[in-house]
Structure formats: structure tokens, C-alpha cells
Design a protein around this ligand. Structure first.
Ligand SMILES: C[S@@+](CC[C@H](N)C(=O)[O-])C[C@H]1O[C@@H](n2cnc3c(N)ncnc32)[C@H](O)[C@@H]1O
Length: 376
């Protein structure tokens, strides 16, 4: 079924006519963040009536366990006085509201936390303001704008929204994957006539043995963020928790995806009107974080991480205080987060810390197995 072009479709085509084909990263950036028509600038996309649902919107337990994780990490840092509690891309503010409610079990933690939210969407900022008013958050457009100090950073489904550049293996080299109108006027993928601009530093695991037609992805904004984490950790204690969908080893593949009304759609259709993401390359992010002087932990599968922190225990406690129907909903939601066939294995959890403190729970100091133990 053909659809009327979106206003952003027209705007993109005018821009391409003026300045030539767009890189995939520029396309993603414009679709998500164009000041007039960008996806995140114009709507709240979350929830049953939106385009997708995230872990904190599925179960309060997700945010609660992360709140207790933050309090444990803060203790491990030596309980610094005022410290920055930072969330990147906080959505509706649900995760942080659940986290801070659970962390009231450690009153000094909540008292010393200065809440900083890195968010570009005016619509979502409004929702965050409503849910988090009692914690007096400060908002920033970028992570670099958050004032220095000891910091704990949370990012759930944030990295996947950062734009990726894509390259196609041709002969012995790479061509950049670009976007321009095809013969029928619809946006289509094309390739740069020559090698890509700059040195894209395609991960070795992808470049080695790449076959003609293979696609490589890099995420410059995530690499810059990893470097910024390292700069902050040079002066103050830092712990970062990244939760997202993606792969543990760098590998070739086209992971650009669009989602609308809870289904996958064509990323080049209806620009600005559907969510655009790409999987996170956790190996590359960890390499960049370590290059910047951080120690990384994991990744663990989300299911392993949540169960080790006490997901089942917390679900049982909530179910005991609930009626039969509500208890069934609590159980289904907890299972959705942890079951490997649902979100439990696709989503991974990676922590990065300065090199002075202990490994954060439940990441082991030396082996790859998570330590067991309930912190709720
Ligand atoms: C998929 S949503 C995840 C929301 C939330 N973390 C959750 O789990 O429900 C992505 C979030 O990142 C924000 N976001 C996307 N790109 C951003 C950027 N470049 N800078 C700051 N925030 C961004 C969106 O507005 C939204 O709050």
C-alpha cells in the first residue's frame, strides 16, 4: 500500500537535491531529531498505544533493581557526598522514578543524589518533569553538559538510538552506504563511488575476512560518549550501566531497523514517523571505553543480570501482596524481562567503571559468571 509522503520525506529530498545523497547516520539523525518533524521531537512513542515498549514500562521491578544497583555502586565508591545521578534518554522517567523509590532503602544515597537527565525530546522532558518533580532534575541536551563530579550513569535503550554509519564491502575496500531517491522517486540505498570519507576505523573483527556485499556498522556518537566517560573518570569516580539490544561480538550485518505500532517496517518509509534504531555492538563499545581508560564488566544477558540482582525474589514479594489477576500480570512481566526467548537474551547489560573501585554487582571481579546474590 503506498502512503502519502511525510513532511520530512519532502524535506529530505529537497536537501538531497541540494547537497547530494545522505549517509545513513545523517538520515537517522534527521529522522529522529529534526527540530520540526523529528520522531522524538514530536511525540511520546512509548507504550501500548505508541510504537514500542521498553523494560521499565513493562515492570516496575526493572527500575527498582537498577535503583538498588546504583545504591550499591555508590557504597562501593565510598559514599561520595553530592554526586551526579545521570540518566541518558530517560523516556517517560519511569525507570528513574522506580529506581529512586526503591533506593529510599538507602536514604543517604537519595539525599546525596543530584539528578541529571540527558534528553532532547521536549515531549518526554515534560513527562519526566511530572514523574520526577520531587527530585528536582536538571536537563541537558548532551552528556558533556552535565557538571563534573562523582557520577553514576544509566542508559536503557539509549545507544541504539544513536546514528550508525554503514559501509558495504566491495573488492578490497569499503563503500559508504548512502540514501537518495531512486527511479520511482522513493528513497533507496545507494553506495558512494569511492572510499568513505575520513578513517571510519571499522572494527578488526568485521574487517578481517569480510566478504563482498558484507555490511559494517560503526557508531561515532557512541564512540565519542565512551571517550567522554573516560575523561570524566580521570577526575572523579564513575560507574556506567548500559542496557540495550545488540551483539556481544563485532560482526558484519545490517541491523538498521524501523518500528511502528509494535511491528517492524521499512526504514526508508515514512521518515520522521517511525522509530529508527540499530543494534549495539557491545564489543566495540567496550573496546572504546577501555581505550579511554575505563574498566568494563560484562556484558551479561539482561535475564542473567536481573535474576542475579533478585528479580524472582522481588516478583514473589509483589505477587504476595496482589490479587490473583494482578499477580499473574506481575509474573508475566517479570518473565518477559528475563526469559531468553523474550527480552532476556537479546538485551545485554554492560558496566564501565573507573579503575579504582570494585567490580559492580553482579559482575564478577575475575570470571565471566555473574555472582549470585539478591540485593533487594
Ligand atoms: C527508546 S527511548 C528509551 C527511553 C527509556 N530509557 C526507557 O527505557 O523507557 C530513547 C530515549 O532516548 C532519547 N534520545 C534519543 N536520542 C537522543 C539523543 N541524541 N540525545 C538525548 N536523548 C536522546 C529519547 O527521547 C528517549 O527518551
Amino acid at each position: 500500500m503506498s502512503r502519502a509522503p511525510t513532511p520530512l520525506d519532502e524535506k529530505l529530498k529537497r536537501r538531497i537535491a541540494r547537497s547530494g545523497p545522505l549517509g545513513v547516520a545523517e538520515y537517522m539523525e534527521i529522522c529522529l531529531a529534526d527540530p520540526e518533524y523529528g520522531y522524538y521531537r514530536t511525540r511520546d512513542p512509548l507504550g501500548a498505544r505508541g510504537d514500542f515498549i521498553t523494560a521499565p514500562e513493562i515492570s516496575q521491578i526493572f527500575g527498582e533493581l537498577i535503583g538498588l544497583w546504583c545504591a550499591e555502586v555508590w557504597r562501593g565508591m565510598g559514599e561520595p557526598g553530592p554526586f551526579q545521578l545521570i540518566e541518558l534518554g530517560p523516556g517517560r522517567g519511569t525507570l528513574m522514578a522506580d529506581a529512586l523509590r526503591a533506593a529510599k532503602a538507602v536514604p543517604d544515597f537519595v539525599q546525596q543524589a543530584r539528578l541529571h537527565l540527558v534528553e532532547t525530546s521536549p515531549v518526554l522532558r515534560q513527562e519526566q518533569a511530572e514523574r520526577l518533580a520531587e527530585h528536582a532534575p536538571q536537563w541537558h541536551d548532551t552528556f558533556t553538559a552535565v557538571p563534573p563530579g562523582p557520577s553514576i550513569v544509566i542508559a536503557n535503550e539509549f545507544l541504539d538510538a544513536l546514528p550508525v554509519r554503514q559501509f558495504v564491502r566491495r573488492g578490497g575496500g569499503w563503500r559508504e552506504r548512502l540514501i537518495a531517491p531512486g527511479g520511482d522517486g522513493a528513497l533507496a540505498f545507494v553506495e558512494s563511488p569511492g572510499p568513505p570519507d575520513g578513517d571510519p576505523r571499522i572494527p578488526l573483527d568485521i574487517a578481517t575476512g569480510a566478504q563482498p556485499g558484507d555490511i559494517a556498522e560503526i557508531r561515532p556518537a557512541a564512540n565519542a560518549l565512551a571517550a567522554e566517560f573516560g575523561r570524566r573518570a580521570a577526575d572523579h569516580p564513575l560507574a556506567v550501566l548500559i542496557v540495550d539490544y545488540g551483539h556481544v561480538q563485532s560482526a558484519p550485518g545490517d541491523t538498521l531497523q524501523a518500528m511502528s505500532a509494535h511491528g517492524y517496517t521499512d526504514p526508508l518509509e515514512r521518515p520522521g514517523d517511525q522509530d529508527l534504531t540499530a543494534h549495539v555492538d557491545f564489543a566495540e563499545f567496550a573496546r572504546r571505553a577501555e581505550e579511554s581508560g575505563l574498566r568494563t564488566h560484562g556484558p551479561l544477558e539482561q535475564g542473567q543480570f536481573l535474576l542475579a540482582l533478585g528479580l524472582a525474589h522481588r516478583a514473589d514479594r509483589l505477587m504476595k501482596g496482589a490479587g490473583k489477576e494482578q499477580a499473574a500480570l506481575i509474573e508475566t512481566a517479570a518473565r518477559r524481562l528475563a526469559d531468553p526467548a523474550q527480552m532476556g537474551a537479546l538485551f545485554k547489560v554492560l558496566a564501565a567503571t573507573d579503575t579504582n573501585g570494585p567490580a559492580p554487582p553482579p559482575f564478577p571481579a575475575t570470571s565471566q559468571e555473574p555472582t549470585q546474590g539478591v540485593i533487594c
